[in-house]
Design a protein around this ligand. Structure first.
Ligand code: UTP
Length: 296
């Protein structure tokens, strides 16, 4: 069984990527050939999503334009004999329906998800962060594995997790698993703990499958770390009320590329560019020359 509706929060200011994000959304920054948010939508489409609700804000109109049909561009390509480039616009014709709502105050990820309440209603839904790609070329079915867990175990929430070095846990929501394994029950989730306090080194990895009960919990959630309404705090409350929440680990091939800071963004861009079937090899040779690496 698939979950048809996905909420993609894209309202953040992306301040860690200034000046690149001054007048363009960070979710539209290219990684290799495509903007980040296109990989996110392609991943969702592959696991059966039919409706995508973007939670947007001022300055994010280019996301709407990107997923719209651009008849003028198609006609120009046809008339100028560049038909082969039409394949690059195939994503425009996917069967997904797009919806947009505004997060009118930037009060955090939990608040952005709460903005989806009246659209989602009482259905289960996916949350996929618009600034994170899962796996090279977004070829991950982690959301499908999470959905299976959600229905089989009658969960209130299933969260994707990735192992990170201990000294990085303070950037993420972190799991307190009940037991080890690729799918594990959660005793708790903690937002941005210190390395000493962290219950594990399993960090939330930008994908959630949630029951609509999370909206009730979000409405009760007070601002937490950073003065923001944290989704992690609402999930924690659901667990404390007796709801069953589970974690699903990303597998080896499913690295999470979060492009929220320049280190991670540069690394993601280079990895995707190196994997490009047409241009990757030339880039590899160029990098080897720059770095004086002897040719293999
Ligand atoms: P981040 O916290 O990484 O994004 O949120 P940010 O706030 O834009 O980053 P900085 O710290 O200023 O650099 C992860 C995702 O959640 C969305 C962001 O757009 C991003 O895709 N988000 C975050 C919202 O939609 N609303 C919020 O209030 C916060």
């Amino acid at each position: 069984m698939d979950i048809e509706i996905a909420v993609v929060p894209v309202a953040g200011l992306g301040t860690r990527l200034l000046p690149a994000t001054k007048s363009q959304p960070k979710e539209m920054l290219p990684v290799g050939r495509k903007p980040v948010v296109q990989y996110v939508v392609e991943e969702l489409t592959r696991v059966g999503t039919k409706q995508v609700l973007f939670v947007t804000g001022p300055g994010k109109a280019s996301i709407e334009n990107h997923f719209d049909l651009n008849g003028e561009l198609i006609q120009t390509l046809r008339e100028s004999g560049k038909e082969e480039l039409l394949a690059e616009l195939a994503f425009e014709r996917s069967a997904v329906q797009y919806f947009y709502t505004r997060q009118r105050q930037l009060l955090g990820l939990g608040h952005a998800v709460l903005c989806a309440k009246s659209f989602v209603g009482r259905r289960p839904f996916i949350v996929a962060l618009g600034d994170s790609i899962i796996g090279m070329h977004a070829e991950s079915d982690v959301v499908r594995r999470m959905t299976r867990c959600f229905f089989e175990r009658d969960a209130v929430a299933v969260i994707a997790f990735e192992e990170v070095p201990r000294d990085e846990v303070s950037h993420y929501g972190v799991a307190a698993p009940v037991s080890p394994g690729d799918v594990f029950e959660l005793a708790d989730v903690v937002e941005k703990p210190s390395a000493e306090e962290a219950p594990s080194n399993l960090a939330i990895a930008a994908r959630y499958v949630l029951s609509p009960a999370v909206f009730d919990a979000l409405e009760e959630t007070q601002p937490g770390k950073g003065g923001e309404i944290q989704l992690t705090d609402a999930l924690r409350a659901l667990i404390r009320q007796g709801g069953k929440a589970y974690g699903v680990r990303l597998t080896g091939g499913e690295r999470r590329y979060d492009i929220g800071n320049f280190d991670a963004y540069f690394q993601a861009f280079v990895e995707f560019a190196l994997a490009d079937p047409k241009h990757g090899e030339a880039l590899r040779r160029h990098l080897e020359e720059l770095l004086h690496v002897p040719h293999a």
